[in-house]
Design a protein around this ligand. Structure first.
Ligand SMILES: *[C@@H]1O[C@H](CO)[C@@H](O)[C@H](O)[C@H]1NC(C)=O
Ligand SMILES: *[C@@H]1O[C@H](CO)[C@@H](O)[C@H](O)[C@H]1NC(C)=O
Ligand SMILES: *[C@@H]1O[C@H](CO)[C@@H](O)[C@H](O)[C@H]1NC(C)=O
Ligand SMILES: *[C@@H]1O[C@H](CO)[C@@H](O)[C@H](O)[C@H]1NC(C)=O
Ligand SMILES: *[C@@H]1O[C@H](CO)[C@@H](O)[C@H](O)[C@H]1NC(C)=O
Length: 244
């Protein structure tokens, strides 16, 4: 991705001959944020000096460490032979700790990338989901679309978004680190005055967390035909009373 591309350009500039003797280096974000008790995925790639390249094999052991201690709750996701050290750290609890990658191939290729740590930041509560409301006044009988976007902190467990009241059909989509739910329904006068909100539920092994958006009060204007019908209806009532 962009990180490894940058690294490639950098080492080409330094070497001038197509990265012939790379150094031990890891490319990863400086910090990532997640919910307490949840997981977080750290995208990561690395380089090793040329003389160690032949030592890299599928049996090399990747670990993620904190202060020399191996973090046991890590799921390794990358492909080491493709220089990918991406990992998901699970059940993350401690705020503001630095973690780093280590490779051990059972041969001279053993290295702690401790100069390239990622700092894990912890949030107690998820950010509230954001509601997007219609720009135009909603007219009875027309389709209405409301959107709700919630941050996803742990890519293996994205949040589930629900709507209150349900009102219609909703579809959920995940893009990058955001989950978006779209609620569609046909506006009826029965919906007028309803307070709509969306809730994002996060799976956390030590206790799920939910957080709700601000409320949006639906205002549904009547169709012109509806008015006409009503006026006629009222007029016939008046005539009815005049007649008797
Ligand atoms: C590294 O591996 C992860 C997990 O399989 C993948 O999502 C990511 O795209 C890979 N990175 C690169 C630079 O190929
Ligand atoms: C998702 O991330 C990619 C790459 O970082 C970016 O090009 C794209 O615009 C992002 N999409 C959204 C919907 O934010
Ligand atoms: C809205 O009404 C149209 C036409 O009657 C119907 O096809 C559609 O399924 C309705 N949409 C919803 C969300 O109920
Ligand atoms: C929606 O909220 C407003 C303001 O809090 C309240 O006056 C109104 O009764 C609520 N509507 C419904 C249908 O509960
Ligand atoms: C937490 O959420 C998951 C699904 O997201 C659900 O299966 C589980 O029952 C929930 N746990 C509790 C204790 O509510």
């Amino acid at each position: 991705m962009t990180g490894s591309w940058r690294l490639f350009l950098l080492c080409c500039l330094l070497q001038g001959d197509g990265c012939s003797s790379a150094i031990f280096e890891a490319v990863l974000p400086d910090e990532v944020t997640t919910l307490s008790g949840s997981c977080v995925t750290v995208p990561c790639s690395f380089t090793v000096p040329d003389k160690y390249k032949a030592n890299l094999h599928p049996g090399c052991k990747p670990t993620w460490k904190k202060d020399q201690i191996t973090i046991s709750t890590t799921t390794f996701r990358g492909k080491l032979t493709a220089y990918n050290c991406t990992a998901t750290l699970n059940n993350v609890l401690e705020d503001n700790v630095k973690n780093y990658f280590r490779i051990d191939c059972g041969n001279p290729l053993k290295y702690d990338f401790s100069k390239y740590p990622v700092t894990i930041q912890i949030k107690g509560l998820p950010d509230a989901p954001r509601l997007t409301t219609p720009k135009e006044p909603v007219v009875e009988g027309t389709p209405v679309e409301l959107g709700c976007s919630a941050p996803s902190y742990c890519d293996t467990h994205p949040p589930t978004v629900t709507w209150t009241p349900t009102l219609g059909l909703s579809t959920q989509l995940q893009q990058n680190d955001t989950v978006t739910s779209t609620l569609t329904f046909n506006a009826s006068h029965l919906h007028h005055g309803n307070n709509v909100s969306c809730t994002a539920a996060y799976y956390i092994p030590s206790g799920n967390k939910t957080v709700t958006s601000t409320r949006y009060q639906l205002s549904i204007s009547c169709e012109t035909m509806y008015y006409l019908f009503n006026e006629k209806y009222i007029l016939s009532f008046v005539f009815f009373f005049i007649l008797i």
